[in-house]
Design a protein around this ligand. Structure first.
Ligand SMILES: [Zn+2]
Ligand SMILES: [Zn+2]
Length: 489
């Protein structure tokens, strides 16, 4: 027994030494050369050769369909700048206007963007108040200001040192600015209030709708790669190398390549890169380069289990209590849906049902399937699972509709004994499920599904050679959802 323990401990010690030597063998950035004209698909880890594409075209990964490069027909700086200025003006106007006015038996109450979070904090639901304030007041402003500064910096010949940091934070914070989800929350709250009292819709509602449109327009015209191109790879201190010069016999040195997840720069290292250890900072955007996200499977599993634990109380406990002249009681999420259905607002009932009940379950189940199949090393439906991952990543924030609706209702329906709506513990659990599943999707590395199935070995560059041969036959095929022609490689 003792000898087994001793042999195990000596094996563990040796593997630790090997790990330490491997870590020490990769000095930060110094051993890295930037590879020009080659990109790693962030969704499946496939290596794709990139060349200039014409405006209006997209370059999609041939394995998983992830859009890698998208060239807009619109002006790369002037068009997003115009939408960004409009967003800023609308946002400032929104801060000073009220959303709606409620009239109950001659007593009036106005509600603005701030009322919901402040009322929630006042009632002792500080965590939800802060979350709503961040998603609807603070982050939209921060995101617009960041983008304004980035576009201003991009007009210069060389990008100032602060611009890449802002651009990274813009991309990280953009999903947390939830104006478009808030619009639906306002809409659901309005239909619930109309039953109860006389409601006047104020300018704020139209401004929120307009802000949603201008921010979506900014996103769809913004070409971050064009902004990154201001930092020319050739001028970076670490030096650069072309894709063809590192290819040996049609094969790329897959084990020595790692891409920056923030700006997409691909680096060639002198030694084999470890699985997920930090490889130093990216020469273009200064964020930490890792071959794969750190502890992806264990972190995602932990977050999913926590979300699952919160899911039950989120659906069993009431999310809000409604009192009108001494009558009423607690409402769970499902009861809210039933109420909308019985009030003949069937489309809205379906919307809330899908956003609040179906989407969280769908996200938890989908991510659990992805984690399980990765853990098993399964090659089943890899392209489908990559598409599923992208879908799960997009839909997560739409579950916040109910939280926003409650924040508006508690702020506006405060007429003491006449009519009163209060938030309940269920809303904390529900918001926790939404936030935890968003983080679970963020920590999961979709490339690990392809790694586990053995698809990202040295063979992948051979695949690429084959893809290049087919590409020569016909460069453009079909059109994607945006009406843009797709070049699939
Ligand atoms: Zn791909
Ligand atoms: Zn980078």
């Amino acid at each position: 027994m003792r000898s087994i323990i001793r042999s195990m401990s000596s094996r563990a010690f040796h593997s630790f030494l090997r790990f330490a030597v491997r870590m020490a063998a990769v000095p930060p950035t110094a051993s890295m050369r930037v590879v020009e004209g080659l990109m790693e698909c962030p969704c499946c880890g496939h290596l794709v050769e990139i060349e200039e594409i014409a405006p209006g075209f997209v370059l999609a990964c041939e394995r998983c369909g992830q859009v890698l490069v998208r060239r807009r027909r619109t002006s790369p700086l002037a068009t997003p700048a115009a939408f960004c200025i409009s967003s800023a003006a609308i946002y400032l106007a929104l801060l000073t206007s009220s959303l709606m006015t409620l009239d109950v038996y001659g007593r009036e109450r106005r509600v603005s963007l701030f009322s919901g979070p402040l009322e929630l904090i006042h009632e002792g639901w500080g965590e939800i108040g802060v979350l709503v304030a961040l998603a609807t007041v603070v982050l939209p402003g921060v995101v617009i200001a960041c983008l304004g500064a980035i576009l201003y910096a991009a007009r210069r010949r060389s990008l100032p040192a602060w611009a890449p940091i802002l651009l990274i934070w813009y991309e990280r914070l953009r999903p947390w600015s939830m104006v478009e989800v808030y619009v639906l929350g306002v809409f659901v709250a309005y239909t619930k209030l109309v039953d109860m009292a006389h409601v006047d819709v104020d300018a704020g509602v139209y401004l929120v709708g307009a802000l949603m449109v201008t921010m979506a327009a900014t996103d769809s015209t913004l070409d971050t790669e064009r902004i990154w191109q201001h930092r020319r790879l050739r001028d970076l201190p670490c030096g650069s190398i072309t894709a063809s010069s590192i290819r040996r016999g049609g094969l790329y040195p897959v084990g020595r390549l790692a891409a920056c997840t923030s700006c997409g720069t691909l680096g060639e290292f002198q030694v084999e890169v470890p699985e997920s250890a930090a490889l130093g900072s990216c020469p273009r955007c200064a964020s930490t380069i890792r071959n794969r996200k750190a502890d992806s499977l264990s972190r995602t599993t932990a977050l999913l289990i926590t979300a699952l634990i919160c899911y039950l109380p989120a659906n069993i406990m009431p999310v809000m209590t409604f009192n009108k002249i001494g009558q009423g009681g607690g409402h769970t999420i499902l009861e809210g849906v039933v109420e909308l259905w019985q009030g003949d607002m069937i489309p809205l009932a379906l919307l809330v049902f899908f956003a609040s009940i179906v989407v969280p379950v769908f996200k938890i189940v989908s991510l659990a399937v992805m984690v399980f199949t990765t853990w098993r090393g399964s090659a089943w439906a890899l392209a489908g699972r990559s598409r599923l991952y992208r879908f799960v990543d997009i839909i997560g924030r739409w579950s916040m509709i109910d939280v926003f609706m409650i924040s508006i209702l508690v702020a506006v329906v405060r007429f003491n004994a006449l009519a009163n709506i209060e938030a309940n513990g269920g809303v904390v659990c529900f918001a926790a499920v939404v936030v935890l599943t968003i983080f679970a999707a963020y920590t999961f590395d979709p490339r690990s599904m392809w790694d586990a199935a053995g698809q990202n070995g040295p063979e992948r560059s051979r695949d690429l050679t084959r893809a290049r041969q087919t590409l020569r036959l016909g460069p453009a095929d079909g059109a994607d959802g945006d009406g843009m022609e797709t070049v699939s490689r």
